[in-house]
Write a protein that binds this ligand. Structure first.
Ligand code: UGA
Length: 471
């Protein structure tokens, strides 16, 4: 099928490349000429596993890049809108880009087409998109508007797209649903997974994925409700981690016990420095705002957001408790991205923490395997960007782990110990076993677990430190 995907951001670029891999002919439309030229040259603007190989495979063949929205819409049977929906000052989603795309494609609807929301949008957006297209004189039976929310995570976006837990089609007519069914047929009938060049299946993936057909409004709500629920899970576990700290319990053990209940499940129960990224913070505010407009005060979401902010403050207190005064202290920082596996720093708790520590007079040496370049634009002065974890630790009063990159969980602990001025590690992502850290001579603080220190330094680590002899 010929498909236009409007917007070459995270969702649009990944969706475009994956639709091409399913066998469709895709035109990826953007009005940013620089971005388009870079894509045409073969550059990949985001750090995302498997994306470079998909772009290489399909660029100039099943995947074209264009700035001509009307022509792309005219040539396509389905037009996916994947433009940004940034938050306004009040917290609701700014839908002006969605509206201008709807307006621009109206004139191009010369035969039956479906217009599909792929961006995360509030409920009722599909109604508005339909109204706007009608207002601009497209005949009512020449198009349908659908919602097909995307559940991909940055860092595993390609496999999330091709091996989804579910595909949600929000369509209000069978004609429209049929087009979307056809687009996803290679996944739903399993034929994609038989192909020799298919992106390999991740461990936990169930194939083929189920396809849910709902109304457009339900699909819009599924997206917001899913992200809000996941964020709530994280805030819940972060709140539990505070209680664990107060009573000397271990949040990892608690989560293991809680997550073993199949009704709850073990995923998204990792405590940390709070959630960040371009989705959860924005989507929670937008969902709260749309709920309010519909007459429902979604106070639960206020609390989820509050706990998330408090989690950063609690981490800062941990740093203060470990180091006493902060002015003039040199801190090594591991991780600046909002999570591992991405170069995205939007709403990154790591960036917010580094800024707060700088304000308190700390000097920072930071390492991130992918996000340093983007972080440099935001943090500007006062941060040394270094190229390894050991360099970040070199001469530091303490090392902070702020992003769960895999490589940060596999450090040579003896080498790290030698680098640090004081062997103090404050781990905001629970990447290490406290006993192992103490056995390697570290005073180690983490989230929701007792701190640990070698016997000689246990007193300095404060109670309730585990006293462990270095072996
Ligand atoms: C999230 C959702 O997981 C996707 O399903 C959704 O499609 C996407 O938003 C979106 O709306 O576009 P993403 O923001 O890429 O995906 O990242 P997540 O893996 O969900 O992580 C979000 C934040 O939560 C990160 O800061 C991460 O470190 C944190 N997190 C995640 C935790 O603190 N604990 C966990 O157990 C899981």
């Amino acid at each position: 099928m010929r498909i236009a995907v409007v917007g070459s951001g995270y969702v649009g670029l990944v969706a475009g490349a994956c639709f091409a891999d399913l066998g469709h002919d895709v035109i990826l439309v953007d009005n940013d000429e620089q971005k388009l030229s870079a894509l045409r040259r073969g550059e990949v603007p985001i750090h995302e596993k498997s994306l470079p190989e998909l772009l290489r495979k399909h660029r100039g063949r099943k995947l074209e890049f264009s700035d001509d929205l009307a022509a792309a819409a005219r040539a396509s049977a389905a037009i996916f809108i994947a433009v940004g929906t940034p938050p306004t000052e009040q917290g609701d989603a700014d839908l002006s880009y969605v509206e201008s795309v709807a307006r621009a494609i109206s004139g191009a609807i010369d035969s039956y087409k479906i217009v599909v929301e792929k961006s995360t949008v509030p409920v009722y957006t599909s109604d508005w998109v339909r109204k706007i297209i009608l207002r601009n004189a497209a005949p009512p039976d020449s198009f349908d508007v659908a919602s097909n929310p995307e559940f991909l995570r940055e860092g595993s976006a390609v496999t999330d797209f091709l091996y989804p837990d579910r595909i949600v089609i929000g369509a209000d007519s069978e004609r429209c649903a049929a087009v979307l069914r056809e687009i996803y047929a290679p996944l739903v009938d399993g034929s994609y997974y038989q192909r020799s060049g298919a992106i390999p299946r991740p461990k936990q993936a169930q194939i083929p994925p189920p396809l849910l057909v709902t109304s457009a409004k339900s699909a819009e709500l599924i997206k917001h409700a899913s992200n809000a629920f996941l964020a709530m899970k994280i805030s819940f576990v972060n709140a539990v981690s505070s209680i664990c700290e107060a009573v000397g319990a271990n949040v990892e053990q608690v989560c293991q016990g809680v997550g073993a209940d199949s009704r709850i499940g073990p995923r998204f129960l990792r405590p940390g420095v709070g959630y960040g990224g371009s989705c959860f913070p924005k989507d929670l505010m937008a969902f709260r705002s749309v709920a309010r407009e519909c007459g429902y005060e979604f106070r639960l979401l206020d609390e989820v957001i509050r706990i998330n902010e408090e989690q950063r403050q609690r981490f800062l207190r941990k740093v203060r408790n470990a180091l006493w005064t902060l002015r003039g202290k040199r801190l090594g920082v591991l991780g600046l991205a909002f999570k591992g596996g991405t170069d995205d720093i939007r709403e990154s708790p790591a960036i917010l923490l580094v800024q707060a520590l700088q304000q308190e007079g700390c000097r920072i040496a930071a390492h991130d395997p992918a996000a340093a370049e983007r972080a440099r634009e935001v943090l500007k002065s006062g941060v040394d960007f270094v190229s390894s974890a050991y360099e970040a630790a070199s001469g530091a009063d303490a090392l902070l782990i702020l992003t769960e990159w895999e490589e940060f969980a596999a450090l040579d602990l003896d080498r790290l110990h030698q680098q640090l001025k004081y062997p103090i590690v404050i781990d905001g992502r629970n990447l290490y076993d406290p006993e192992v850290m103490a056995a390697h001579g570290f005073t180690y603080y983490s989230i929701g677990r007792p701190s640990a220190a070698p016997e000689t330094q246990a007193a300095a680590a404060g109670t309730p430190a585990r006293k462990i002899n270095r072996s």
